[in-house]
Design a protein around this ligand. Structure first.
Ligand code: FEO
Length: 403
């Protein structure tokens, strides 16, 4: 893939990874991913971020089409996680930069990952400005968005915000810009997938950062993240900023998510009757059987839902491992403002609904009805109870949405 000039004398020189469907070892990325990095040619030539170490040759080949690496004067590392800093040692070796800039927290993590003795590293804080000739780089620390070291680089002369992980998506595509992607709905899904699996716990920092962008009066007509496509022009920039505010606020969304594991289909039958109950009160829903879906796909679906209804048979006095895995993952991502309920079948002791209710309590999920449990096979009364659970959760969700 060729380098792409995204603004005059500013080039994308990153790496599109069509092959990797595993993101950082904990999420799946069915459409691959990208590691974006950018070069600005000015009186001082600047490289913003790098790629994973195993893709450094690919990146260097692209960089060489734009500039001889030895002519890079400065390297800015907006975030030291290894998908962006993995090739840093090699770039330092090849480019021999005059300076390497990162945030103060970045300096600490850089010193942990690399032997930086002899590297010309300089920490920069929010408000510091680096002149590179016709342009100035303004640094904005964005702590915990999504690591303590994360920062943005803003170039006012180009109205360009290089945003690192923020505003990213896991998508490997020939397209470099959002407006080139035909499937707008798919792009929204990729933005939600990325946010709900990576950024969600840091939503309060997102809102603070969006306020800071307004407060600093940053005039932006391009947002260039380090993953996925670039947002160019006021319409697309406005779209992604608004989308981030919407996701960070976690306002109620009128859709329910039922997810479950099952052994002999009793819990699955309950899941379907809970769906009928939701349907009766006009709440759309999705049922996800966990043997068919990765935990990160459950979180991606949660971007559209504000009700969660987990189900599990009782197994070894507890819940099934796939259900426990999803709930562990979900709780860590700290979703807010949810309603829900629990269900499951049992044969002897029946602890699963107790455990599921405990997970919902731990996530502060409002539970408008008692959990539904059935002995071996659901009876007519159990199926009516399941429908009732669906109705009650649906009504509570409608009330939340109408508040
Ligand atoms: Fe894309 Fe936090 O690394």
């Amino acid at each position: 893939m060729k380098p792409v000039e995204i603004k005059k004398d500013i080039y994308w020189v990153g790496m599109v990874n069509f092959a990797s469907h595993n993101f950082h070892g904990y999420a799946i990325s069915p459409r691959g991913t990208t590691y974006n990095c950018y070069v600005v040619k000015d009186e001082k030539n600047v490289l913003f971020d790098t790629v994973q170490a195993d893709h450094s040759e690919d990146m260097l080949a692209r960089l060489r089409q734009v500039i001889e690496p030895e002519k890079i004067d400065y390297i800015v590392i907006n975030h030291v996680e290894l998908d962006h800093a993995g090739a840093l040692a090699e770039m330092v070796e090849v480019c021999k930069p005059e300076k390497i800039f990162c945030s103060p927290m970045g300096l600490k993590s850089m010193a942990s990952y690399f032997d930086i003795s002899g590297w010309p590293v300089q920490a920069v804080k929010t408000g510091e400005v680096l002149n590179i000739g016709k342009r100035n780089i303004h640094f904005v620390e964005t702590r915990m968005l999504h690591w303590p070291d994360s920062m943005f680089s803003y170039i006012p002369e180009d109205k360009l915000l290089i945003s690192n992980d923020a505003f990213g998506q896991n998508i490997a595509s020939y397209c470099r810009f959002a407006h080139e992607i035909d499937e707008k709905e798919a792009l929204t899904n990729f933005i939600e997938e990325y946010y709900f699996n990576i950024v969600l716990p840091f939503s309060s920092q997102v809102l603070k950062t969006l306020d800071l962008v307004t407060e600093l009066k940053l005039d932006i007509d391009m947002i260039a993240p380090d993953h996925g496509v670039i947002f160019k022009g006021q319409k697309d920039v406005g779209f992604i900023l608004n989308k981030y505010r919407e996701m960070a606020e976690q306002k109620p969304r009128k859709k329910a998510l039922i997810f479950y594991d099952t052994m002999w289909r009793s819990t699955e039958t309950l899941a379907n009757y809970i769906g009928c109950g939701l349907d009766q009160v006009g709440v759309p829903y999705r049922v996800m059987y966990l043997k068919n879906h990765h935990h990160s796909q459950i979180m991606t679906e949660l971007a559209k839902c504000s009700a969660i209804i987990p189900g599990s048979p009782t197994h070894n006095n507890g819940i099934m491992p796939l259900v426990a895995g999803v709930l562990t993952y979900m709780k860590g991502l700290r979703p807010q403002n949810l309603v829900g309920g629990a269900f499951g079948s049992y044969g002897w002791s029946g602890e699963s609904t107790r455990d599921l209710t405990g997970w919902l309590d731990a996530m502060k999920v409002e539970q408008p009805a008692e959990p539904v449990k059935c002995l071996f096979r659901p009876t007519k009364a159990d199926l009516e109870a399941a429908e009732n659970l669906g109705r009650k959760v649906g009504e509570a969700l409608i009330a939340k949405c109408e508040k």
